[in-house]
Design a binder for this molecule. Sequence first.
Ligand code: NVA
Length: 315
Amino acid sequence: MTRSFLRDDDLTPAEQAEVLALATELKDEPYDHKPLAGPRTVAMVFDKPTLRTQASFAAGIAELGGHPMLVDGALAGIGKRESVADVARVLGRQASQIVWRTYAQSNLEEMAAFSGVPVINALTDEFHPCQLLADLLTIQEHKGTLAGITVAFLGDAACNMGNSWALAGVTAGMHVRFGCPEGYAPDADVLERAGALGAVGTGSTGGTVHVFDDPVAAVGGVDVVVTDTWVSMGKEDEAAARRDVFGTYAVTADLLAEARDDAIVMHCLPAYRGSEIAAEVIDGPHSVVWDEAENRRHAQKAVMSWLQAQSSSRA
Ligand code: NVA
């Protein structure tokens, strides 16, 4: 079966560690590893806005010796002008891998089922697993390890980033806390899956996941403080109401003072200073957001290389 990377728990704990180790190697030697030489084409399809994802995939594909092919989702009309399955069949005949940013996870799954090539989730409404690999790489660089690290994710956790943090964090053996208002926790089935990944027993990672409605309780003594926009792409018409709901979960200097003195602050960007994060925090000494943005390229190169190797080992 062709391997794809559609959600964070598509990688076992051992595979996640392998991909992160590869990302570190690729970061050290960015131009020496050419698994996409040929060049092989990688299709990048975007149905939602993008900056970091498009730039980091395009640069990363080129560094791997491949050719990035940009497909405008609006022009292609995927699921409207033609079915997801037909688009998958067509792109799978042109490209070695498909990177897709879209709305429903179920459409991404359909793309993977019909394309015959590895498909990579470049963000859906439900998950953002490439961002999480970049985040884990960044934490490893700053903290030296992942297992046992405590993380607090503040604000809107009922989104792709909340779900992905629960799965990827526990896969890495981390203790993930969400500080969010009632109704804005990660999906119940995702929390259950994350809990099972960490639960005591054979193959467990020792990671844990907890939901708090008190932001101070969530942040108390953690190593890493994370937030994300309160208005994810596609939720723009709820913007005003969301600002009221999440106000007390903003990552301010006062809230950050509850974390460890050496805590790092992360944000996948784009950031709204004065909403989910204060300017003095994101632009301050604890922030590692630019490392995080750079690490998208290294982490995604590792994913593409790893998936290419999985495909070649089957051939
Ligand atoms: N939760 C955000 C992540 C942006 C990278 C969104 O979906 O808009």
